[in-house]
Design a protein around this ligand. Structure first.
Ligand code: SIN
Ligand code: FE2
Length: 215
């Protein structure tokens, strides 16, 4: 179910970036093969698509979801749904290996018992970015956000609680995990435009998973 990679690294100690924000370098490398298989299976059922913003623009990042709830954006706004509007079927179930990764990462950072019910899958092609935003469509801000980076490198922007706070820039590589919760739960964050590069497992793309307790 959750195959550990043959050359898996020893357990990572989280680096505490602030009161309740943690960086776990390479934490997801322990099951990278299982993860990529799980993601491919999810995307066969609920394919990546470019959603519309409420203002009528097309998002450059392609998205899909798995879990009981999925994040969607369209002309009506941002929200979570139980059904994939593209397929009119429920979002694919959260694969146990993915859930376990998120729960374990959260626990290492002091968020014991984190049970995500939503996982947003973002695919960044070269040149795409995600502007600074807060994750605030969830019901329950007591649960953290667990973010897993796969594929090519990115520069992550970790802002403060105000949009005007100058963001910290940090490089994120394949397998890196970032967790923010508690008093940092509503930190602004974003991703700078992805530079053209190649990764042996994802080609030119970056894949990001964000696990949330949305309902
Ligand atoms: C997100 O905030 O949904 C994605 C963040 C990332 O891609 O690292
Ligand atoms: Fe986000």
């Amino acid at each position: 179910m959750c195959t550990k990679d043959l050359f898996s690294r020893p357990a990572t100690t989280p680096h505490r970036l602030s009161e309740a924000t943690f960086y776990l370098p390479g934490f997801a490398l322990r099951n990278e093969a299982s993860l990529l298989i799980d993601i491919a299976r999810v995307l066969e059922q609920s394919p990546l698509r470019h959603m519309q913003t409420p203002g009528g623009f097309t998002m450059s990042v392609a998205m899909s979801n798995c879990g009981e709830l999925g994040w969607v954006s369209d002309r009506k706004g941002y929200r979570y749904t139980t059904m994939d509007p593209l397929t009119n079927a429920p979002w694919p179930a959260l694969p146990p290996c993915m859930q376990q990764l998120a729960t374990e990462a959260a626990a290492l950072c002091g968020f014991a018992g984190f049970m995500p019910d939503a996982c947003l899958i973002n695919r960044y092609a070269p040149g795409t970015r995600m502007s600074l935003h807060q994750d605030k469509n969830e019901q329950d801000f007591s649960a953290p956000i667990v973010s897993v980076s796969l594929g090519v490198d990115a520069v992550f922007q970790l802002g403060g609680l105000q949009r005007s706070d100058k963001p910290l820039r940090m490089g994120l590589q394949h397998g890196d995990v970032v967790v923010w919760g508690g008093e940092d739960r509503l930190r602004f964050h974003g991703v700078l435009p992805i530079k053209p590069q190649q990764h042996p497992l994802t080609g030119a793309d970056r894949i990001n998973l964000t696990f949330r307790k949305a309902g």
